[in-house]
Design a protein around this ligand. Structure first.
Ligand SMILES: NC(=O)C1=CN([C@@H]2O[C@H](COP(=O)(O)OP(=O)(O)OC[C@H]3O[C@@H](n4cnc5c(N)ncnc54)[C@H](OP(=O)(O)O)[C@@H]3O)[C@@H](O)[C@H]2O)C=CC1
Ligand SMILES: O=C1OC[C@@H](O)[C@H](O)[C@H]1O
Length: 335
């Protein structure tokens, strides 16, 4: 593809699309939102009007049949990620699919057999955020010494039985919804793969979904990641990256407010509390626009996509192992 703008089609009127990703693509350098589809034509038309989108379709299939669309953004409930991504790719589109890309590694492996000339990526916007990129640069510089420990926390309170996060049949639950981010932090910042995991899960008795999940992940060479995620605790998120010399904290690691500045906190621990923390400002940015550009540039052939289907499959293998550990008890190898 030449350097012209990627024409995006949005599958559904999902909240994340309406509130974050569509504005992000519209603010990107490489893309425009050309169409939106919903199961309900009126709803598609209404959102298209509100967000200044040219075309509105009353079914996802009509969107996939539009020859003017280059790329699809898929923010459907988790159980629909793989089947609808397959449909879109078979119609000749590139697909940016929301996280987690599938319900399991087996589900995700279906994507391996699709034509390779269409790009597929999992929508982990955090890896496109300059705060994650800068944090990894600091780790690589050796300033933390040897990075040995990562601690992640991500929680919010949502007990709405109709919300997709509380629907076991749709792939809901804390691990799938937000544990995927805390797990990903280990792969990204250690730049290594976990060898084995152990976990503890508390399920909501009514929904059947995991509402409170903690895990420990062994990244080898003495490197450990521990995390806790919950859909039924006070909203909080934090990442601690602790080395032999310094600690790096990312105060809002996952939902850094769109368009705002962010901050990294470096601490040599010489004073307890926050006395020796040195803040580093990260310029205002929109992580959704950044991700749209990462994907857009790869579609245009200007860069190679770093995180594609193989990467997404590995994420699902790790989530599978975390679920398996809670069920069986004890360590489970990531294979
Ligand atoms: N990257 C990020 O920052 C975030 C990512 N996400 C991810 O995005 C995805 C969507 O989340 P969210 O925006 O909260 O979802 P919503 O519940 O708001 O939207 C899901 C949409 O899917 C469509 N849909 C199709 N079939 C069904 C069905 N059977 N039941 C319900 N909806 C259906 C509906 O659109 P229509 O009726 O128009 O067809 C609906 O609006 C999830 O995978 C989630 O993990 C969510 C929040 C943040
Ligand atoms: O991806 C996400 O990021 C923000 C969370 O609040 C949300 O539940 C999740 O889907």
């Amino acid at each position: 593809m030449d350097g012209s703008k990627i024409r995006w089609g949005i599958v559904s009127t999902a909240k994340i699309g309406r509130e974050k990703v569509i504005p992000g693509i519209q603010a990107s350098k490489t893309g425009v939102v050309a169409a939106i589809a919903s199961r309900n034509r009126d709803k598609a038309g209404e959102i298209a009007g509100e967000l200044g989108i040219e075309k509105a379709y009353g079914s996802y299939e009509e969107l996939f049949a539009d020859p003017d669309i280059d790329a699809i953004y898929n923010p459907l409930p988790n159980h629909m990620h793989v089947p609808v991504t397959v449909q879109a790719v078979e119609a000749g589109k590139h697909v940016l699919c929301e996280k987690p890309i599938a319900l399991s590694a087996e589900d995700a492996s279906t994507l391996l057999s699709l034509p390779k000339d269409r790009l597929i990526a999992e929508g982990f916007m955090v890896r496109a955020h300059p705060q994650w990129i800068r944090a990894r640069e600091i780790i690589r510089s050796g300033e933390l010494g040897d990075l040995q420990a990562i601690q992640g926390f991500f929680s919010f309170f949502n007990d709405d039985p109709d919300n997709i996060r509380n629907r076991a049949d749709m792939g809901g639950g804390a691990l799938m919804d937000i544990g995927c981010y805390t797990m990903l932090a280990g792969r990204y910042f250690f730049e290594a793969e976990p060898q084995r995991v152990v976990s503890l899960i508390d399920r909501d008795p009514e929904f059947g979904t995991d509402r409170f999940t903690s895990a420990m992940m062994d990244f080898g060479s003495g490197r450990q990641l521990t995390f806790t995620v919950s859909t039924q605790l006070t909203p909080f998120q934090r990442l601690q990256l602790v080395g032999t010399k310094k600690r790096l904290e990312i105060p809002i690691p996952f939902n850094s407010p769109q368009g705002d500045a962010s901050e990294l906190r470096l601490d040599d621990g010489s004073e307890l509390g926050d006395g020796s923390v040195q803040p580093e400002a990260i310029a205002p940015c929109d992580q959704y626009a950044e991700l749209a550009d990462v994907f857009g540039r790869a579609i245009r052939g200007e860069t190679t996509l770093t995180y594609g289907v193989e990467d997404a499959l590995q994420n699902m293998k790790i989530l599978d192992a975390i679920f398996a550990s809670a069920e069986r008890g004890g360590w489970v190898d990531v294979t």
